[in-house]
Design a protein around this ligand. Sequence first.
Ligand SMILES: [Zn+2]
Length: 248
Amino acid sequence: MTIRTDGIVIREQNTGEQDRLITVLTKEKGVIRAFVNGGRNPKNKNVSSTGLLCYSDLSVEKTKKDVYFIKEATSKKIFFSLRQDIVDLSLAQYLSELASELAPREEAAGEFLPLLLNSLHLLSVKGKDINLIKAVCELRMLCLAGYMPQLVGCKKCGAFESESMYFDTRTGEMFCEKCQTAARLKQMNAGVVRAMRHICLSDPSKIFSFTLPPEALCVLSQISEAYLLNITNRNFKTLSFYKTMTEI
Ligand SMILES: [Zn+2]
């Protein structure tokens, strides 16, 4: 069976002497792994269009044993500038790994695909603060995967806002000034609460359209990352690498 779909390559590895195995976030089939026969031969016509972070129009053969092979790939967009900046590239690889972890398999990718593409685009044109891109992508992907935090109001009394609100990065619940008790809760000012509501509840085309002062962005960034790591309950090598790069 041949499937025609758009997709972005989110991981690549060599296999055997000649071939490559790529992980692709596709529009029609979510995350798939597919072999590129002869994909290590520079003369192969599909090499450049199946490289890491390449967004391509793909023709994919699925065998009876559910193994995918790339028959043909035509590149639509190559995020070339990301390869020239190690910090941008390391974040792109982390966001790709997140998609690989959270996006559907064997069913349509839905908003995951435009979200990853928009994030990579903003990163490549340096259109937004890098930590804002990271936080938006983390939180929105969690929402898409069914882990939307409870941001409507205080978990206990329902208050919509108080001077500070307090977020539980283990459960995704929020508490007001009066009701917060646990020391581990993260304090957020009104700007951070607004930003989190904006990221989780806005139309997909608007989620990156906000700004925060550096201190508040730092809080948002810490909260989204901690919530993501708690929910996924795993370590991401690409995140560790990104942090190594940004701490230099
Ligand atoms: Zn309350």
